[in-house]
Write a protein that binds this ligand. Structure first.
Ligand SMILES: Cc1cc2nc3c(=O)[nH]c(=O)nc-3n(C[C@H](O)[C@H](O)[C@H](O)COP(=O)(O)OP(=O)(O)OC[C@H]3O[C@@H](n4cnc5c(N)ncnc54)[C@H](O)[C@@H]3O)c2cc1C
Length: 510
């Protein structure tokens, strides 16, 4: 064991999209601050941020039905859809800034335009979709959304999904051209390459075992090399716990009172992936359906065109399941060791309340491939089992805490937990996830560096022109941002929607 202690201004734990984003923002705001990144894996973006571990949807509520709920009076609540959409506009502005500043060379390496669609079957869901469309389509954030219940039109939009379909119930879909597929793994690696070029000290294979407050208020981290077992100590004035599923344990180790009483519920994921060119060529969209009754929102089924390593494929899923691990490369003891005296009652209450959900998830894990094919055939009626492989996705650790709704309530969003003095912050939860990384990291900056915000604001506004402004109340700004980010990120795609032609062109460009 070494007693060497390295001191830096900032330590980022974890090399996922969140640390990549926070590091990139801070490097622009205060280039001379020293930043160290500590990551247990051998590379950046190997956990949830990896392109094979998430669905790559640029979440902006263009297609996700769970962001618009029907109220008891029958009207549609679109407040969450607006929030998520505005947050995604923030991400697109920051990514555009990085492209315009030559810090990202080619946006096609991580973002591609792919229409976003919602698809429903059955009278009740068709009525819901019509109402959802009516509520969103007049809103400037959702401009360009189309609705159709005409099978002929749907055949043009989603030929693969309409082939060999029997029309025993009504169907309908909405479609919007301005959707995106984002390779968050590639983006994470691009951002870490950029940080490395700015002298950020990125240390792989380093597991943060412990975090303790020093007498001067800074933080001391005990860090173990996962190969050799040697231990180092690192200290910093500010620590960001960006460990994804690993964040809860680290937050607990910090001992800050804000982290007490919080627990985690891990949900695993599986995708079915098709890479057969003649099947892939028949579909170009991200098509989201309705979650099954009893299913958690993160298991809403969708059929997505994906661009990974300049190759196009189709992903279907995710099938949610239960695993006690908090990280894909985590330990079977993660759930048990996260139960402490301070969250025991909360966890027990959550355990009792969520028996049906846990049973559902366990049943999902045990589904045979044939059963999964049945779910896929709701989307692709003639899907051939030989064309689709199962791929294990990332883990999502949902927050459990006591809320006004009761003890041990399961939360499906993300939450920033920070110390009162702003010296340490953690990100818990996983939805809407990577798409909103820039907004969430700006929230951390505001919470943890209030003394600097005034001085940093001009630079933040240069990077994110809509910072501090409600886009919804500024339709012209929405238009401006939409046009400029689409141009910079190569999303200004106005070609007709023939999947085969468009796909050939996009692959050539990619
Ligand atoms: C199945 C699935 C589908 C998803 N789909 C989407 C989607 O379509 N769109 C979207 O926007 N988001 C999606 N998400 C969510 C998104 O992937 C996550 O929100 C995002 O990747 C989280 O990034 P992160 O940096 O917080 O965590 P991660 O990418 O998990 O990175 C955390 C890092 O911390 C490291 N680490 C953990 N503990 C330690 C430790 N003690 N010491 C050192 N290092 C440590 C890990 O090894 C890891 O590299 C999806 C997630 C899943 C699982």
């Amino acid at each position: 064991m070494s007693n060497r202690q390295t001191k830096t201004d900032v330590i980022l734990i974890g090399a996922g999209i969140m640390s990549a984003t926070l590091g990139s923002l801070l490097k622009e705001l205060v280039p001379d601050w020293e930043i160290t990144v500590l990551e247990r894996r051998g590379n950046a973006g190997e956990e949830s941020s990896n392109e094979w571990n998430n669905a790559g949807t640029g979440h902006s509520s263009l297609c996700e039905l769970n962001y618009t709920v029907e109220k008891p009076d029958g009207s549609i609540d679109i407040s969450k859809a607006i929030k998520v959409n505005e947050e995604y506009q923030v991400s697109k502005q920051f990514w555009s800034y990085l492209v315009n500043s030559n810090l990202i060379r080619n946006p096609r390496d991580f973002i591609v335009p792919v229409p976003h669609m919602s698809f429903v079957q059955g009278e009740q869901d068709v009525t819901f979709l019509k109402k959802r469309f009516a509520s969103l389509s007049n809103n400037p954030l959702f401009q360009g959304m189309e609705f159709s219940d005409d099978p002929g039109k749907l055949k043009q939009w989603i030929p693969l999904m309409m082939k060999d379909r029997t029309f025993d119930k009504p169907i309908a879909a909405t479609r919007i051209e301005s959707g995106t597929d984002v390779n968050f793994g590639a983006l994470t690696r691009i951002l870490f390459d950029h940080l490395k070029s700015k002298n950020v000290n990125i240390k792989f294979k380093q597991n943060v075992d412990d975090i303790k407050r020093a007498s001067d208020g800074s933080w001391e981290l005990k860090v173990r090399n996962v190969d050799s077992g040697t231990v180092e100590h690192h200290a910093a004035k500010f620590v960001f716990i960006g460990g994804g599923g690993g964040s809860l344990h680290l937050l607990q180790k910090s001992g800050i009172p804000e982290g007490k009483g919080i627990g985690g519920f891990p949900v695993s994921g599986l995708f079915m992936v098709c890479q057969k060119p003649d099947v892939v060529a028949q579909h170009r969209a991200k098509v989201y359906g309705q979650a099954a009754i009893g299913a958690p929102p993160m298991s809403v089924p969708h059929l997505d065109t994906r661009f990974i390593d300049k190759k196009e494929s189709l992903f279907f899923g995710p099938f949610a399941g239960f695993s006690p691990k908090f990280l894909k490369f985590g330990s079977m003891f993660d759930l048990v060791t996260s139960i402490k005296m301070h969250n025991l009652v909360t966890m027990m209450a959550a355990g009792v309340k969520n028996i049906p959900l846990t049973t559902y998830l366990i049943k999902q894990v045990m589904l045979s491939k044939d059963k999964r094919m049945e779910a896929l055939r709701e989307f692709v009626p003639n899907a051939n089992s030989d064309d689709w492989d199962l791929v294990v996705a990332g883990q999502r650790v949902q927050i459990i805490k006591d809320t006004a709704a009761g003890k041990g309530t399961l939360q499906f969003g993300t939450e920033v937990i920070s110390a009162a003095d702003g010296s340490i912050a953690a990100l818990l939860g996983a939805s809407p996830g990577a798409s909103t990384a820039v907004s969430v990291m700006l929230e951390i900056i505001k919470k943890c560096f209030p003394q600097h915000i005034k001085a940093w604001e001009p630079k933040i506004k240069e990077m994110i022109p809509s910072f501090g402004v409600s886009l919804l109340n500024n339709p012209e700004l929405i238009q401006e941002i939409h046009t400029s980010t689409s141009q910079t990120l190569g999303l200004a795609d106005k070609k007709p929607a023939n999947p085969k032609n468009q796909k050939k062109r996009m692959l050539k460009e990619a």
